[in-house]
Design a protein around this ligand. Structure first.
Ligand code: KG4
Ligand code: ZN
Length: 388
């Protein structure tokens, strides 16, 4: 089959590129035509959010639930050769990226810093050295501008970011947070004031399992997107890998908890045996079978948690929420259970500043008191503490 490129026929005598209209600027100004950025929500807080808990420097600007700018500078390339995030490298990258990201965000949002109502920043959990860079920057900005500062919880930010895509959250709802550092099920009564953990991983996070299994399979870091791609050509039923904490006995004590380190070891053993026997490792089948084990447990426990809480909405966030199989399985199982699934667009699932900005908006609206000037980073901040 041949592919034909269809171009609009040029009218005889017409130039290839239409000539500019006399008197019109090359880049349209806001007055001249359509606004370049979505308009701000009248009467709603205008908040700049800073995120630096891991390897992404994020600066977002949000008005109410309207996203005006979301600048993310990732240092992931600098960690690839180490097969994981190196804290010192991440901290230095934040230091270099933060101020330019603030400038770009303001330019994109067409916001002057003096117009902000508040500044919010990730106070934890995360890598200590990385957190303090964002925190120092946010404190300096807040002090110089005379604006209130809100030190906020990164995990609550992953939940709040969905407000930008789907509006207010019906509560209570259940949130499944799946990232490289965290895997938990949360009951959200109020995004600004009432989040309770109902389960979490007792060892590796789901994203961590993807990254470690990718290394076992000789695939690159970060492993999640690569395994997602490789698994597309494999048979998810080829190998029955263990589903952690799903036996009746485990469910008694760990109904809503997860465990992925046994799965990672099972994959490593399986690959080892295969190599010892001189057989070629069927990469796609191993990837698909591993992925099926992860997504099966995550989706089953998330739906069960909704039933337990009496929630008819399930929200999914964090880097692993971008996984195609997890999204498909969750869509299938929530539909069967009559639960509405909310998943932010993939670009908002991974770490960014907009999630901290919109959480800031919610905290301001809930009347949260600004954080003290000596606000410190807390690498192990519990999810129940939304505002520090
Ligand atoms: O939320 P995030 O950007 O950073 C943390 O807070 O950890 O999540 C990063 C994690 C990594 O482990 C990465 O492998 C995983 O998310 N990830 C994925 C996919 N995209 C990113 N895991 C599975 N499938 C994906 N498509
Ligand atoms: Zn995160």
């Amino acid at each position: 089959m041949t592919t034909e490129v269809v171009r609009p026929a040029r009218e005889a005598g017409q130039p290839l590129v239409p000539s500019r209209e006399a008197g019109q600027p090359l880049v349209p100004s806001r007055e001249a035509g359509q606004p370049l950025v979505p308009s701000r929500e009248a009467g709603q807080p205008l908040v700049l959010g800073i995120e630096s808990s891991c390897d992404e420097t994020g600066v977002g600007i949000v008005s109410g639930h309207t996203l005006l700018a979301n600048e993310v500078a990732s240092s992931v390339e600098q960690h690839v050769r180490f097969g994981g995030v190196v804290p010192e490298v991440a901290s230095r990258a934040h230091l270099q990226a933060l101020v330019p990201a603030v400038r770009r965000a303001c330019a994109k949002a067409d916001v002057d810093l003096s117009e902000l109502d508040a500044i919010s920043v990730t106070a934890g959990p995360g890598l200590m050295g990385a957190l303090v860079v964002g925190l120092a920057g946010a404190k300096a900005l807040a002090a110089a501008l005379g604006k209130p500062l809100y030190g906020l919880n990164h995990l609550a930010g992953h939940v709040a970011v969905d407000l930008l895509d789907h509006g207010p959250l019906p509560t209570p709802c259940v949130a499944l947070l799946v990232s490289g550092g965290h895997t938990s099920l949360l009951r959200v009564g109020d995004i600004a004031t009432d989040i309770t953990e109902i389960g979490s991983t007792i060892d590796d996070a789901a994203g961590e399992a993807y990254d470690k299994v990718a290394r076992v399979l000789g695939l690159s870091y970060p492993g999640g997107p690569v395994i997602d791609r490789v698994a597309a050509d494999g048979d998810p039923r080829a190998i029955r890998f263990p589903r952690g904490l799903t036996s009746p006995r485990d469910l008694e004590r760990h109904r809503f908890d997860f465990s992925f380190s046994g799965l990672k070891t099972a994959v490593a053993r399986w690959v080892e045996t295969c190599q010892q026997e001189g057989r070629e490792v069927p990469l796609a089948d191993v990837a698909a079978s591993f992925q099926e084990a992860v997504c099966d447990v995550l989706s089953a426990k998330a739906v069960e948690a909704c039933r337990h809480v009496g929630a008819d909405h399930l929200l999914v966030g964090g880097g692993v929420a971008a996984n195609s199989r997890l999204r498909a399985l969750l869509a299938e199982r929530t539909a069967a259970a009559g639960i509405t699934l909310r998943t932010p667009r993939p670009a908002l699932c991974t770490d960014n500043g907009a999630m901290m900005a919109v959480l800031g908006v919610e905290v301001v609206k809930a009347g949260g008191r600004p954080s003290p000037p000596d606000l410190g980073a807390d690498s192990g901040l519990p999810v129940s503490r939304v505002l520090v």
